[in-house]
Structure formats: C-alpha cells, structure tokens
Design a protein around this ligand. Structure first.
Ligand SMILES: *Cc1c(COP(=O)(O)O)cnc(C)c1O
Length: 413
C-alpha cells in the first residue's frame, strides 16, 4: 500500500464535527485497518509485533501505542472512543465489569482519610465496595437519601472527594437531581460520579448536567443481549487518561477484546432498543396500574411517580426499561406468596436477576438482590415482600402482559 493510500484511508476515517448521538453510536471507532473492514475488527491478541528495537522502545514509552493488551488493544480502544463520543466526554476507559469500573475509580481518586457521599439506594455491590472494601483502607462513606438534597449537603465535610449517585435506581426507580448534586459537589471542591447504567447515554448524558464522571455496567443495556460482562468510566482526558489509565494498566482489570467487540456492536442499536424498550415498559406500567390486584407501580414516566417531571427532564422524556410493582396483600407472608405465584405462573418471562436484555426478566428483589438485608433494612429501603421487578425486553408487549395475567388473574384473595 502506498503512503498516499494510507493517508487517504486515515483521512476518510475522520468524522465531520457536529454529528448526532445516533450517528456517533454507529460511526465512532478507530480508523479501519489496511484491509478496509466496514465492521470494526476483533483483535484477539495479547502482544503486538514491533518492526525493530528502536520502534519497540519508543512505543513502550508511550502508553497510547500498541505493545501488550493490558496496556491497550485496538478493539477496546474503538469501544472507548465510541463510549466517549456517546457520553459527550473527552475520554473513556473500559473495564472488565461495572464493579471493576468503580474499583478503578476508587483506586485512582481516593486515599486513606478521604470521604465519599453516596446514595443509599445504589446497586448493592456498590454499597459493599465503598463501605466494606474501601472502608478497610481508611476511606469513609456516608450513605444518604436518594432524593433529599439537604441530606447530601449535610453529609459533606472537608475530606469529601466524591459524591456518587445512580439514577434512576433499582428496583424503585427513584430519581436524583444530577445538576443539583453537581453544583453541590463543585461548591465543596469534590467531584460528582453518576452510574448511568439504567438510562445509558441514549436517554441521559450526566456530563451535560454537570457530572464529572460517568460510570457504566455495560453488561446491561450497552451489550443489550445479556452476553458479556463489561464496564466503563467516561470523563475528562485529565482524569481518564492521566489518572485512571495508568492505574488500570498497572492493576489490570482490563476488558477482554472479545467482550469489547460485543459491546461495540451492541452500542450501534442502543438508542433504538432503549426507545422501544422504554415504550414497552410504559405500556406494561400503565396496564399494571389499571389491574385490581396491583397496589402500586414504580416507573418514572407514570404521572404517579414522585419525581416524574425531573425524570422526564433529565432522561430525554423516556422512562427506561425497568419497572417494579407491588401486589395488594394483607400481610408480608401473603404478599410473598402472591408474588411467587405471579412469578411461577409466567411461561415466557425469564426468572432471573439481571436486566438490560432483549428477553424480559422478572425478579423478586426481597429474596434475591436484597435477600441479604434484614427485614428492617429492607423495609427502610422500600423493598416489600410483594414487590416484583420487571426488566422489559423486546417480546411483543401483549405477550408480556398476558404472561403476567396468568398469575394475576388466578390470585386467591
Ligand atoms: C449491574 C450493575 C452494576 C455492576 O456491574 P457488573 O457489570 O455486574 O459488575 C453497577 N451498577 C448498576 C446500576 C448495575 O445495574
């Protein structure tokens, strides 16, 4: 290949400015290789052959060059470019899971004596990671109400380095005000990190609302078909490339190229899936709200949701694909029996504890994701025995409702 061919190939791969998010989700990546593949290639290699010792020395001195796949891999790099473009950040770093993204965040930005303020309603393992694992290293975390800004403000102290929020939450879809939390963090000289797993950049871009860093479990909607584990952090070049990148390369919770490739392809259909799954979830939520057996439905697009207006403003008018609902029952024992009956009567939905799949999934939080809490802690968190979580997929919406009806219509009251 002549050098002018090579120059034309690289020039052609540079995208014009101002492209819209849907376009960036399909087009942002690295330049294609000399073979001109239209679909991004999967580079399954742990090392890279160097043309000579001098070049090898130069590339090892520059972590942006390809030498070894713990340091960088073209497929992983393509995913990072696409994620950053979609979140509207300067840079992104991919990790082996969502939890390892939070681990990287803590290792890179916290030290003994530092303090974190975190919503009490975030993902269970996130709470354990802050309170238990980093507690051991002298990092203190205060857990506060998801929705009460005064509680967040009161928890901040001089040692506070991070505010950590997730919105909407799982399973009750509680929403927090990203812009208000960002202002609060910055006034205290701290940074706001938002776990954007449930909304994805298709619905919500936290950096546009003032957040400093965005965290993802790409295992969920970004893959979108329940195949691989992956995570990511998106933010400024200064934090991602200069602070977190070197920690990742040393510690090694890197994303496998195969998983990166699966997520890269998943992102191309993310906005279509989120839109379709949000519409289906709203239809199911409205249907459930009208059922006599149902006491309450939690879903941000419903007018009955306590933060409906904030959610619609923050989430591009969409509620996401996750909802939960509570059955009417006289006692916790009856509530649990009724919930188990509805779950066991389904023949289409998956009984599992995951979300972000094209397959709809039904879960009983009180005995799975929140099973290790005491009954008192569960009640404080609003997780009753009659609560069920539904992660709505892409089956026909009438088949999802019919499947729920099998159990609802045969409940013994
Ligand atoms: C699943 C999940 C995580 C953890 O991600 P993994 O990929 O399972 O490690 C973190 N936050 C939220 C909101 C999640 O749903």
């Amino acid at each position: 290949m002549s050098s002018s061919d090579e120059e034309r190939r690289l020039a052609r791969a540079r995208l014009p400015a101002g492209l819209r998010p849907e376009t960036l989700a399909v087009r942002s990546a690295l330049a294609p290789s000399q073979y001109g593949e239209n679909s991004e290639a999967l580079f399954l290699t742990s090392a890279y052959v160097q043309p000579d010792a001098e070049t090898s020395a130069r590339r090892f001195a520059n972590s942006e060059d390809f030498t070894y796949s713990r340091t960088s891999n073209p497929t992983v790099r393509a995913l990072e470019a696409r994620l950053a473009a979609m979140e509207g950040t300067e840079a992104a770093v991919a990790t082996s899971s969502g939890m390892s993204a939070i681990l990287l965040l803590c290792m890179g930005l916290l030290k003994a004596g530092d303090h974190v303020v975190c919503s009490r309603s975030v993902f269970g393992s996130t709470i354990n990671l802050f309170a238990k694992e980093f507690g051991k290293f002298g990092v203190e975390t205060t857990f506060v109400s998801q929705t009460d800004l005064a509680e967040w403000r009161a928890a901040i102290k001089p040692a506070t380095k991070l505010l950590f929020a997730e919105t909407p939450t799982n399973p009750l879809t509680e929403v927090c005000d990203i812009r208000a939390l960002a202002d609060m963090a910055h006034a205290a000289g701290a940074q706001l990190v938002v776990d954007n797993t449930f909304s994805t950049p298709a619905l919500q871009r936290p950096v546009e609302l003032g957040a400093d860093l965005v965290m993802h479990s790409a295992t969920k909607y970004m893959d979108g078909q329940g195949r691989v584990m992956a995570g990511a952090l998106c933010g400024s070049s200064r934090v991602i490339r200069d602070v977190l990148g070197p920690v990742l390369r040393t510690v090694g919770m890197v994303l496998s190229p195969f998983n990166a490739w699966v997520v890269l392809k998943g992102l191309e259909t993310l906005s279509l899936r989120m839109k379709a799954q949000s519409e289906q979830a709203l239809a199911v939520a409205r249907w459930l709200e009208a059922r006599p057996e149902v006491a309450r439905v939690y879903y941000p697009t419903l007018e009955s949701h306590p933060q409906h207006e904030l959610a619609m403003r923050q989430q591009n008018g969409q509620g996401g694909a996750l909802l939960s609902f509570e059955l009417k029952a006289a006692t916790p024992e009856e509530a649990r029996a009724a919930a188990f009956h509805v779950i066991d009567s389904t023949r289409v939905l998956s009984i599992a504890t995951n979300l972000g799949d094209t397959k709809s999934i039904i879960t009983h939080p009180a005995t799975t994701s929140h099973g290790r809490l005491s009954e008192e802690q569960r009640q404080a968190a609003g997780i009753s025995q009659g609560l069920m979580r539904l992660a709505v997929g892409l089956e026909h919406v009438d088949d999802i409702c019919d499947d729920l009806l099998r159990g609802l219509s045969t409940l013994k009251n």
